[in-house]
Ligand binder design. Structure first.
Ligand code: MF3
Ligand code: CO
Ligand code: CO
Length: 259
């Protein structure tokens, strides 16, 4: 609903949330080198599940509304919610979004990236680069007093200027002790519209950008969402907190510079 209560986290709660979010980011970094031709999406899932447990966390997707696995693996024309499968082997030139959500100390850290399997075709590379830039342009709008519509407007303007389209059927979301809560964060929209952001709000920005039509369909498994025209889709996701004067990207790993 449009007037649903948006939870405001205290600074202490945000620091606990940061722990879950940093673990999520570290999990993606752990998985990245495993993304190779010939690896199955189930092998990625099982590596993620084991790593998550070893780090004292739980995989939120496992059993969530009946989702059968621990992570989402969305390859090529799959927009989101791809289900890891032993028979699905990655091949050179694929793109794969891996979406992870560990629960640590009661809080969810939700992040995803799209990786290249071997060498991408030029258009696939362009799509993935544009999608990450879309996410960062959305994040750059976040500050107290800004409107939710400012985020989607920035994302949509950039995606469409590059000739791509923005998925409508899946949106960013409030996140914390609850996996998916208010507010919804569309990745399209109108500047100045929507609810006002306040310090202490925590939500995801997770644009799905398509080469062709923005329309998606969901497969008979009730989860796998794919582009209607079967062209490529890419996605990136960060969990962010609204601060006193801007934004804190909770799932961004610090740059470790080695001199
Ligand atoms: N992590 C996904 C998101 O970004 C949600 C996955 S729900 C699942 O919101 F059930 F498919 F795992
Ligand atoms: Co996610
Ligand atoms: Co999310």
């Amino acid at each position: 609903m449009d007037n649903e209560q948006i939870i405001i986290l205290s600074n202490r709660e945000i620091e606990t949330m940061r722990g879950a979010c940093q673990l999520a980011a570290q999990l993606l970094a752990y998985l990245e080198p495993l993304v190779q031709p010939g690896v199955s999406t189930l092998e990625l899932n099982d590596a993620a599940e084991a790593w998550t447990r070893q780090h004292g966390a739980k995989s939120a997707p496992l059993g969530y509304h009946g989702f059968p696995k621990s992570i989402c693996t969305s390859v090529n024309e799959v927009v989101c919610h791809g289900i890891p499968n032993a028979k699905h082997l990655l091949k050179d030139g694929d793109i794969i979004n891996i979406d992870v959500t560990p629960i640590l100390d009661g809080f969810h850290g939700d992040t995803s990236k799209t990786f290249f399997v071997g060498e991408p075709a030029p258009l696939a590379r362009r799509l993935v680069e544009v999608t990450e830039e879309c996410m960062m342009r959305g994040i750059a709008e976040v500050r107290p007093g800004a409107r939710i519509g400012d985020i989607g407007a920035a994302i949509q303007a950039y995606a469409e200027a590059q000739g791509f389209s923005v998925v409508r059927d899946f949106v960013g979301h409030g996140v914390g002790r609850i996996f998916h809560t208010a507010p919804q964060i569309p990745h399209y929209g109108t500047r100045g519209k929507g609810r006002k952001l306040r310090s202490g709000m925590v939500f995801t920005i997770e644009p799905m950008i398509n080469i062709g039509t923005h329309e998606v369909e969901v497969m008979a498994d009730k989860w796998t969402a794919l582009t209607k025209d079967r062209q490529l889709s890419a996605q990136f996701e960060h969990t962010v907190a609204v601060t006193k004067d801007g934004v804190d990207i909770l799932t961004l790993l610090p740059d470790l510079v080695t001199a």
